[in-house]
Design a protein around this ligand. Structure first.
Ligand SMILES: [Zn+2]
Length: 214
């Protein structure tokens, strides 16, 4: 397995490249920015991009998706509930004081329960609304890995004060969809360091008393 994760853009969104060493197929998750760096790594590794998976419609996660699609031909996947956010990219860019990237509606939605990813590295889509209405996590069960987007961070959770955010909803998503995963599951959040479900269950101040349905 080829696995690379590195921060992109001014908000340091964790962008992930996952590739299959045998088939040379790859997916990219959250190409928020720095598309030339992402494309360069794909080329250097001899990888053919199959899917561009976006955890939610915020500019720092989706901003480079169309550019990467144009370079590689790979389709963009995003949960349809975040289409309103993609359509307000100019406003999102204004919040950050950056130039709005060109965007387009996704080619495919990411629906709850859908299986995406590579043949040898499949991921199940968990719809986890709250940070945004279309926020999803990607659960690579065989890898014991959760790509959490901005739903869960090491020691924190996603903000819910932006359009489409809802605190009760993110707590319900965490309780019913995220904390139900095994403790040893590694969590790669949308920003900041890796953690595990067990560590967050025990120490995350937002999750105290949220044991989850096991
Ligand atoms: Zn976000």
């Amino acid at each position: 397995m080829i696995f690379e994760s590195f921060p992109v853009g001014p908000l340091a969104c964790n962008c992930t490249i996952l590739g299959d060493e045998e088939s040379r197929e790859a997916i990219v998750i959250d190409p928020g920015d720095d598309v030339s760096r992402i494309a360069k790594r794909l080329t250097e590794q001899g990888l053919k991009l199959k899917q561009i998976l976006v955890t939610h419609g915020h500019i720092d996660h989706v901003g480079g998706a169309l550019k990467l699609k144009r370079l590689t031909g790979a389709p963009i996947y995003l949960n349809e509930n975040d289409l309103p956010l993609v359509k307000m990219m100019d406003a999102q860019a204004a919040w950050l004081g950056v130039r709005p990237p060109e965007t387009a509606p996704p080619d495919e939605s990411l629906a709850d329960g859908q299986v995406v990813g590579l043949e040898h590295y499949p991921a199940q889509v968990l719809h986890t609304p709250g940070h945004t209405q279309g926020s999803i996590c990607l659960h690579f069960a065989p890898l014991k890995l959760l790509i959490a987007g901005d739903t869960l961070f090491a020691g924190s959770i996603g903000r819910t004060d932006l359009p489409g955010g809802n605190f009760d909803q993110i707590m319900a998503s965490l309780r019913t969809r995220v904390l139900t995963l095994p403790d040893e599951t590694r969590v790669l959040p949308g920003h900041g360091p890796l953690t595990t479900i067990g560590e967050e269950r025990e120490f995350n101040p937002f999750l105290q008393g949220e044991a989850g349905v096991r």
